[in-house]
Design a protein around this ligand. Structure first.
Ligand SMILES: *Cc1c(COP(=O)(O)O)cnc(C)c1O
Length: 378
């Protein structure tokens, strides 16, 4: 099936009792058992919930995987993945991942005996050169947040296969519509469904997709054993949202491309980071492994006061964390999403105090462009 057909139908059947076309919110903590040892496969809400199962099957289909395992947040999903490794193991991580991932690994999981190497995975040889006897997992994010650096997923998964390492890709910035790491031979895909997948800025959620039976078995066990499960209502909201994912992503990509060109051509910004611009150092790779360039742009305005003026004066863009919603957001990574990364480290990554990140929404592009123009020139 095509993406949009799967998005609307996969994992969902009309309700057998009433024929309701939309999967109901099974808002229940427990289920009636017919007699001792005889039930319908549903025993307790943390373990089994049909709204959640429908969502998991739906997103698994969109990511071309066998299994989906849903969590209460993207970080809960990342934390669950840590159950694939144990004390003494070594993990290789893309160096400018989402700030919360950095915090979870470096400030929490390290205390449990895990060792992390933060490397520039945009050069695949760096992955190979960082492998130790204790390396178990490679955690990639592409494009990265907020610098929009790409990692060649086919090259990375090749290295991981050769060395028997689990390859994980945080695919949040692309959504399953624009990039499918499993088709490039990666083992595990992770999403903060809070972002594009839900897309309406009203749910916190996470999901892991894999076709690997062993990984699935372990993560499914952890989902129940640790219990960071999403509520039935949140699952229902996300399931409603995936139906429009294709049309939303088309518009996000179209708007972002126009805005990136505007920022670049008008010289309002000193440097524009967007994989769709031919000036992006990995533009060719972007064309190869992504079906569109995404809705995220970062731009360095070269001067902190100018960046602050923009943040202060925009009227349509909302100053806020997060991304991937229908409404446009603007943020200041150095003091917001990446505040927990030490300043010297931030500067090394390019996250200067004059760097602004745009999550381009699906409003009318003319309005978004004049909003930025007015904010800077008004
Ligand atoms: C937001 C985000 C996360 C964390 O997800 P939550 O749903 O906020 O827990 C992880 N990775 C990326 C790329 C994100 O943008």
């Amino acid at each position: 099936m095509g993406f949009s057909t799967d998005a609307i139908h996969a994992g969902q059947k009309p309700d057998p009792v009433t024929g309701a076309v939309i999967t109901p919110i099974y808002q229940t903590s427990t289920y009636a058992q017919e007699e001792l040892g005889k039930h319908k496969g549903y025993e307790y809400g943390r373990t089994h919930n049909l709204t959640r199962q429908s969502l998991e099957a739906n997103i698994a289909a969109l990511e071309k995987g066998k299994y989906g395992i849903a969590f209460a947040s993207g970080l809960a999903a990342t934390q669950a993945l840590m159950s694939l490794v144990k004390s003494g193991d070594h993990i290789i991580v893309s160096k400018n991942v989402y700030g919360g991932t950095y915090r979870l690994f470096e400030l929490i999981m390290k205390d449990y005996g895990l060792d992390f190497s933060w490397i520039d995975t945009s050069v695949p040889e760096n992955i190979e050169n960082s492998i130790r006897n204790s390396t178990k997992l490679v955690y990639l994010e592409t494009p990265t947040n907020p610098m929009l650096t790409l990692t060649d997923l086919a090259a990375a998964s090749d290295i991981c296969k050769k060395h028997n390492l689990i390859s994980v890709v945080d695919n949040t910035f692309m959504s399953p519509y624009l990039q499918n790491p499993l088709l490039l031979d990666c083992d595990v895909v992770l999403h903060s469904s809070t972002k594009y997948i839900n897309g309406h800025s009203d749910v916190i959620g996470g999901i892991i997709v894999t076709s690997n039976d062993k990984v699935h078995e372990r993560i499914r066990y952890i989902q129940n054993a640790i219990g960071a499960v999403p509520s039935p209502f949140d699952c229902w909201l996300i399931l409603r949202s995936t139906k429009t994912l294709a049309v939303r992503m088309e518009r996000h990509v179209q708007n972002a491309m126009e805005l990136a060109k505007f920022l670049d051509d008008s010289n309002l910004a000193e440097k524009v980071y967007y994989p769709g611009l031919t000036s992006h150092p990995q533009h060719e790779l972007a064309k190869k492994q992504m079906r569109g360039f995404g809705g995220m742009i970062s731009a360095d305005f070269g001067d902190t006061e100018k960046a602050k003026k923009l943040l202060r004066n925009v009227k349509i863009f909302t100053l806020g964390e997060s991304l991937g919603g229908v409404e446009s957001l603007i943020s200041h990574p150095a003091s917001m999403t990446h505040a927990s990364v030490p300043k010297v480290e931030r500067e090394r990554l390019g996250i200067t105090d004059s760097l602004i990140r745009f999550s381009v929404g699906i409003e009318d592009i003319e309005d978004l462009i004049s909003d930025i123009n007015n904010a800077l020139n008004g």
